[in-house]
Ligand binder design. Sequence first.
Ligand code: PHE
Length: 453
Amino acid sequence: MDGQEQKERGIWGSKIAFILAATGSAIGLGNIWRFPTTASQNGGAVFVLVYILAVVFIGFTVMLAELTIGRHTQKNPVGAFNYIKPSSPWKLIGYMGIITGVGILSYYSVVAGWAIGYLVKTGSGAFKGEITGQITSRIFTEFSSDPLQVLIYLMVILGITTYIISRGVRKGIERWTKVLMPILFLLIIFLAIRALTLPHAGEGLSFYLKPDFSKFSGKVVLFALGQAFFSLSLGMGTIITYGSYLSKSDNLVTSAGWVSFADTLIALLAGLIIFPTLAFSGQPGDVGGVGLVFEIFPIIFSQIPGGYIFGILFFALLIVAALTSTISLLEVPVAYFVDERNWPRQKAAIVIGSLAFFVGVPSALSWGGMEFFTKINVFSIFDTIFGNIALAVGALFICLFLGYAWGAKKAIQEIFSGNPRFRIRPLWTFSVKFLTPIAIIIILIFIKTIVSG
Ligand code: PHE
């Protein structure tokens, strides 16, 4: 590849390639690790219910907004806002997205690194024999507090991510997603079926799916909304960036619908594995700490003939799912430096990939690796600030920008290209201009009470 080619913007090889890449960005640790953990900590079924509402009414709205901005401008987030409203402060949303991207990438890669550790552990037979919740929780604590291992794995994940991104959009992203995502999907279905047929599965299921409305609170709404943005990769310009590689004949509405649907399906299925298995291992639904998934999956593998192979396959695919998300996180800042600052792609990838590593070190050492970071719990602070609040603020401004600065009418013209009818446009316009901004503003106003309460 010569330098000229490297600097060119990629285009998706086909419509399906975009769908797969955007779905790959959306589906990741957010679905399999963060969703069950957050549901567990926020009352189970009530959270799930609010989450689904948040995806349908708010997540989908923002997804379509980002795709529209992206395809219209064919640019990275900073360039996109600048293109529609030249020399206005709106481009600050783009800059915020870039910072948020590095922030999320840094701690997200820590968890992705844990998945490598678990692949190695599973492969070397750490989970052979009778596996209980006590054993898995001891193994997780020992592993996540070992500074050397977590840092090496963090570096490996970011190294692979940097490598893929430096080779450009089409060649890098497409190749990974096409084959492996469907396999992950089938494996998850299979594991869900096994989990649902374990003894006591019903108890876990009722925590997960039978809402106890006394557990409803502002905190549930905040975390459900934040999780919806996180899981759908919204609020920081990832979908603007991916949408910028779309062609004018693509249907943005069905694309947004498909990505939102597939992402939610995987999250819900992950819950169907975690909660029944938790109940099977004799634990209540609300114990979910950050290690929940790593403590639960080995238990279910021990209940399947050939579980050793399934375990290896699962962690390998989890790593791939995480990688299709980390590359989308890194793509946002890299697209900015390539488009706006004329950096070669490779340089941008290496500089920002390394930056994410250094920023990620405190999060990696927040689980016992170093007392200082553990006490402050840098990981959780990053997750709350970047993974929840910054995405919600970003989504708010994206809607305000589209609804008022650019104008919903002009955006709708863009959507018409590829979807000349766009039947749900009154609903969508209402949500972009009113429903979504108001919901986010209310949540942000009460954030202090919510977080401290
Ligand atoms: N959506 C990804 C996941 O669920 C994480 C992500 C967030 C990716 C924001 C890009 C932007 O794993």
